[in-house]
Design a binder for this molecule. Structure first.
Ligand code: A5A
Ligand code: ZN
Length: 482
């Protein structure tokens, strides 16, 4: 038995708008500034739990949390030419202080490489201080010109975790990129969000980076969404900020940097990959409420009172075992309306308590992902709930991974590629000679985007580029993207 995912997959965009409103997650589209939304209380709790995990993953690996100014003077933002070229069209400028025009305009940070490097050059003088790993979780602003979407493409990115690191050598920065990848694998694994890791092509790397490694996930409409990126910045920023350090051999040189980031898209993908036609389905680690208890009042006032007391007793019992529990004791709502309310919000477990349950002390437990029902006696309640919750979490992750994996297809010939394009369901991998023009040809003819090449690197021995016929060096991935 399983909950339908018909509407969720066939009309995903509408489903997403519906669920963030109905579950009171994010109010979007009503604010008189385009691309900016409001985190509502239930959504805020989900977001906060994700942030907690992000913090823990960074703190435990020696990252230090900091907070830099939101305004960056134009002089700093313009220092690295590739960087400003990449962001120029997306920057919001503050031009006035009160009525006075400013001498130097100030950017609302679109990202913080420039102002952080500026400070690093003041703080870090020697290899002995390295590696240095900073991060902040802040709002950044990007005047996005593509169609905006709640959480997914916003102009105020409110949950922007950006890490910025400094290293004594190219290879230590490269090692840091690997650590960033480990952190993000850990994050997405905890949330049951499937991912595919690619090295972005040269023409799509972060503005100012040597290279970019990206995490992508598959959304229910078969489009791919980038959910995290890690960049090797080389010495590009340290050079233009004339940021030198003393190395072990006594010489002076520019240090090496990385940066890596995730955003509100982590919340969006969590909602998207696990949802179904009834709404959210939350993994227990994120669910603000893990167990909702619904009293089923039948008959006399006196009986109602005993049922409510029993519900509260069970809630206390579960709380003392560490579950996040609530009794829905609202008088004005019938049980059916309460079921709907908590199903939309993705609460993993529901317990119904009526007169039968009070008498027998055997409770009806319903799991959100499959709606399977269990009869559980009081003495087994804690252990059974733990087992069911564990099963829900692993089911969600397995289901999401299966659906992404089954959407990845390898093709070798033009004919197969065109056949795939008729359906464009998911991600296609094609042998690639490495030439930019061949990738662009695929992009244009199939109306897809290049995700890049597999990470870790994968050779395509004995394969040929179906566009130009030359020997392939690796595989290139393509998909419809957000
Ligand atoms: N300083 C580096 C880390 C940086 O800015 N990288 S980035 O530009 O790739 O952004 C990091 C992540 O933010 C991206 O991988 C993407 O998942 C997310 N992101 C980018 N633009 C966004 C937008 N307009 N709305 C929501 N998320 C966005
Ligand atoms: Zn080719």
């Amino acid at each position: 038995m399983s909950v339908s995912r018909e509407r969720w997959s066939s009309d995903f965009s509408r489903w997403f708008d519906w669920v963030i409103e109905e579950a009171e997650i994010y109010d979007y589209g009503r604010y008189p500034v385009k691309g900016m939304g409001v985190w509502m209380p239930f959504g805020f709790q989900i977001r906060r739990r994700i942030i907690d995990i992000i913090r823990e993953l960074h703190d435990s690996r020696g990252h230090e949390e900091v907070l830099f100014p939101i305004l960056i003077p134009e002089t700093l933002l313009r220092k690295e030419s590739e960087h400003i070229r990449g962001f120029e069209g997306e920057v919001y400028w503050v031009t006035h202080g009160g009525l006075e025009p400013l001498d130097i305009k100030l950017a609302l940070r679109p990202t913080s490489e420039t102002n952080i490097t500026y400070y690093e050059s003041l703080w870090i003088k020697s290899y002995k201080q390295l590696p240095k790993k900073y991060y902040q979780i802040v709002s950044v602003f990007r005047y996005e010109t593509k169609a905006t979407r709640p959480m997914i493409r916003v102009r105020e990115i409110t949950t922007f975790k950006e890490a910025h690191t400094v290293h004594a050598s190219f290879s230590d920065a490269e090692r840091q990129v690997l650590e960033a990848i480990e952190i993000y694998k850990n994050l997405f694994d905890k949330l049951g969000i499937p991912y595919i890791i690619s090295r972005r092509p040269e023409w799509d790397k972060f503005a100012g980076a040597l290279y970019t490694i990206a995490f992508d996930t598959l959304m229910p409409d078969s489009r791919v969404m980038q959910i995290g990126t890690a960049h090797h910045l080389g010495q590009n920023f340290t050079k233009v900020f004339d940021f030198k350090i003393q190395l072990a051999d006594g010489s002076l040189d520019y240090p090496w940097q990385t940066s890596y980031g995730v955003s509100d898209r982590v919340v969006a993908s969590l909602i998207s990959v696990h949802g179904d036609d009834r709404g959210l389905v939350l993994p227990s680690i994120i669910a603000p409420i893990q167990v909702i208890i619904i009293p089923i009042p039948i008959g006399l006032e006196e009986e109602k009172k005993t049922i409510l007391e029993e519900a509260r007793r069970i809630a206390d019992l579960l709380k003392s075992s560490g579950f996040r529990v609530r009794v829905d004791d609202r008088e004005e709502l019938r049980p059916g309306a309460k079921y709907y309310y908590w199903e939309v919000r993705g609460v993993p477990i529901r317990i119904d308590i009526g007169p039968e349950e009070v008498k027998s002390r055997v409770y009806t437990v319903v799991r959100r992902d499959t709606l399977e029902k269990y009869k559980v006696s009081e003495d087994k309640l804690i252990s059974e709930l733990k087992a069911i919750i564990e099963d829900i979490d692993s089911h969600l992750s397995r289901r999401a991974w299966q659906s992404m994996k089954s959407a990845i297809k390898r093709v070798r010939t033009l004919k197969e590629l065109e056949e795939w394009a008729k359906y464009k369901r998911g991600i296609v991998e094609v042998p690639w000679c490495g030439k930019e023009e061949c990738a662009h040809r695929v992009e244009e003819t199939l109306e897809v985007k290049t995700l890049g090449t597999p990470w870790p690197e994968e050779r395509a021995e004995g394969e040929y580029c179906p566009i130009c016929g030359l020997k392939a060096v690796t595989w290139a991935r393509y998909a419809k993207t957000y």
